[in-house]
Design a protein around this ligand. Structure first.
Ligand SMILES: Nc1ncnc2c1ncn2[C@@H]1O[C@H](COP(=O)(O)OP(=O)(O)OP(=O)(O)O)[C@@H](O)[C@H]1O
Ligand SMILES: [Mg+2]
Length: 281
């Protein structure tokens, strides 16, 4: 039975613990195992519009501290628009958006990022002509603590060895999977409490899909909450605690990831469907 009550434990996943390097920034926030009852991000009755076109209808979404929450849905269901709402790139017509219990609606995107939300946007959006190092440092632009920024850069290179090998390359010359890792490392350089990721596995080879999901689980296990948009429901739900399914701007299903994975409606709509096809490409 699908319920909307979140659970605090992370589902065991074959993707976890496959020997990726240690090395995330030390965190001052609660680790993944504690504080799971407090909503970190909360969207309440959000209605969003592009001019006269309504993209969200009374959207209710919660990400609790320490969780990975997956937002699933087909093309044009409103997933990326949800990310825009969270990051303040689009203001909702009505409803509430709260982070750590405080409204973000009056804040600009840089102010929201400074509150502790990191972004890994759709298609990575690196600065292609800049080096990987310069891209990573852009992620720390709001920080003034140069010494700890340098330390975090070293930790990122330990966490993402492939990125370390490419550190002086122009970002635009990297493969899709490598660019995804740079985008994740860049977001982590801002020391976020929550990372928002829009289709992090899209267009990647199966090997990189596994690596990216493994890294998301590892990042989360070290205390960073994750809100990720995915079309590939089966993979996203393997590492998530909780999932929501969007259909033309409405949440039609939500619940613990393990229960969603077993749900016939999810299997019929997503597993073995378009999402799986995208991963294999
Ligand atoms: N800038 C925009 N102006 C007008 N309509 C838009 C704009 N961006 C998105 N939309 C519309 O809002 C709806 C939701 O789009 P959104 O990009 O959030 O979907 P999505 O679930 O991320 O889709 P995809 O899986 O293709 O990335 C779609 O009908 C889309 O056409
Ligand atoms: Mg999208």
């Amino acid at each position: 039975m699908i319920a909307t009550v979140a659970r605090s434990g992370l589902a065991p996943s074959p993707l976890r613990g496959e020997g990726w390097a240690e090395g995330l920034p030390e965190r001052t926030t609660a680790p993944a195992s504690s504080g799971a009852r407090q909503p970190l991000l909360q969207l309440k009755k959000v209605n969003s519009f592009y001019g006269p076109v309504q993209a969200h209808f009374d959207l209710d979404i919660e990400v609790r501290k320490g969780q990975i929450v997956s937002l699933l849905g087909g093309n044009a269901s409103g997933k990326s628009t949800t990310m825009k709402i969270v990051l303040g790139l689009l203001k909702p017509g009505s409803g509430e958006v709260n982070f750590n219990g405080a409204s973000t609606l009056g804040l600009s995107t840089p102010q929201i990022i400074r509150k502790g939300i990191g972004s890994v946007p759709e298609a990575r959006r690196l600065f292609p002509a800049m080096t990987v190092r310069e891209n990573l440092l852009m992620g720390a632009y709001a920080r003034s603590d140069r010494k700890s920024v340098a330390e975090d850069l070293e930790r990122m290179l330990a966490l993402f060895p492939r990125v370390a090998e490419r550190i002086e390359f122009q970002a635009g010359t990297l493969s899709g999977g490598e660019q995804q890792m740079v985008a994740m490392a860049r977001a982590l350089m801002g020391r976020p409490q929550l990372i928002c990721m829009d289709e992090p596995t899209m267009g990647l080879s199966p090997l990189y899909v596994d690596k990216v999901l493994e890294l998301i689980a590892r990042i989360n296990s070290q205390g960073v909450s994750v809100f990720m948009v995915e079309q590939n429901a089966s993979l996203a739900l393997q590492i998530a605690h909780h999932g929501y399914v969007l259909q033309t701007g409405r949440i039609v299903l939500s619940g613990p990831a393990r229960e969603l994975l077993a749900d016939a409606r999810i299997r019929d709509a997503y597993l073995g469907g378009e999402g799986a096809a995208r991963t294999a490409s």
